[in-house]
Design a protein around this ligand. Structure first.
Ligand SMILES: [Mn+2]
Length: 284
């Protein structure tokens, strides 16, 4: 069996308990994962959706079982709840079978860089965002539905997974403007607190970028884009898409930041325009 080695891994916005969750890809990733630390950066179980509608799949239970299996094997697992699993926040400080619940965390990289880790919904209280979100929610549901259909069709044609919403989102100027403003708020907060960067999720838009000397690292989601942020043993941070193939979307080492080009990413199928992990590692 293949293994994926790294120092730490950050995943968020899994939304277990909703039919849009790409549990099979996540399960594949978790089974290959060999790391020291695993951060669950919120919206892991969609308790909000479950409160409205009962939906569950065996693969979703398998994801949870796999996380506990990692903890049993000695991986330090830190669970930082988000807005969709907010009730878990009341349990901060507790430890469930090796999974520690916290409101936020400070991650110290192998290269000594310090990052604040939080889900990121605290940066999303502005009215601009709310309005976009309200409009976005209906559109998002439609996109997720289309995405499921597109994915089923591409699977039948044996084509690799291609997220649809990243294409649409990147062409919606308002959405992009909102994402940019959000990223700047997050980076400004990290700068103000004296961190080297901030690691979050929440907006379902994985990104590696530098904003005035501070790293903005968004680990993306497992609803549409199937992305994980990983840290290698030198402290370099890499955003990876994981489906039939693993593809590096962006990378930030101490020496070099190779930002994930969101718009460019949307225009070409993943894996075609992006360099593969091996190539990227050799180049860095
Ligand atoms: Mn969220």
């Amino acid at each position: 069996m293949n293994t994926f080695l790294c120092r730490s891994a950050f995943i968020s916005d899994v939304h277990l308990g909703t039919p849009d969750c790409k549990a099979a890809y996540l399960l594949d990733f978790l089974r290959q994962l060999r790391c020291e630390k695993l951060y669950l950066v919120g919206d892991i179980i969609d308790m909000e959706a479950l409160a409205k509608r009962h939906w569950w799949h065996a693969a979703h239970s398998a994801v949870i079982a796999e996380i506990f299996a990692l903890a049993r094997r000695g991986v330090e697992v830190i669970y930082i709840p988000g807005n969709h699993d907010a009730p878990m926040r009341r349990l901060h400080g507790q430890n469930f079978g090796g999974v520690r619940i916290a409101l936020d965390a400070v991650h110290v990289g192998a290269d000594g860089r310090r990052y604040r880790v939080s889900h990121g919904d605290e940066f999303d209280s502005e009215q601009v965002g709310r309005r976009w979100m309200l409009f976005g929610e209906a559109m998002h549901r439609m996109i997720c539905w289309s995405n499921r259909r597109l994915h089923a069709m591409r699977q039948r044609l044996e084509l690799p997974y291609l997220p649809l919403s990243i294409i649409i989102k990147s062409h919606v100027g308002k959405a992009l403007a909102y994402i940019r403003a959000y990223e700047e708020r997050v980076a400004a907060d990290a700068r103000g607190r004296g961190f080297d960067g901030h690691i979050c999720g929440h907006i379902h838009f994985g990104h590696v970028r530098e904003l005035d000397g501070v790293l903005y690292l968004n680990d993306g989601d497992w609803v549409e884009h199937c992305t994980v942020l990983v840290e290698d043993h030198t402290g370099a941070m890499e955003l990876i898409h994981w489906s039939e193939q693993s593809t590096a979307l962006g990378r930030a080492s101490r020496e070099l930041v190779w930002p994930s080009p969101a718009a460019a990413l949307a225009l070409a199928p993943l894996g075609v325009s992006r360099r593969h992990l091996g190539e990227l590692r050799r180049a860095a």
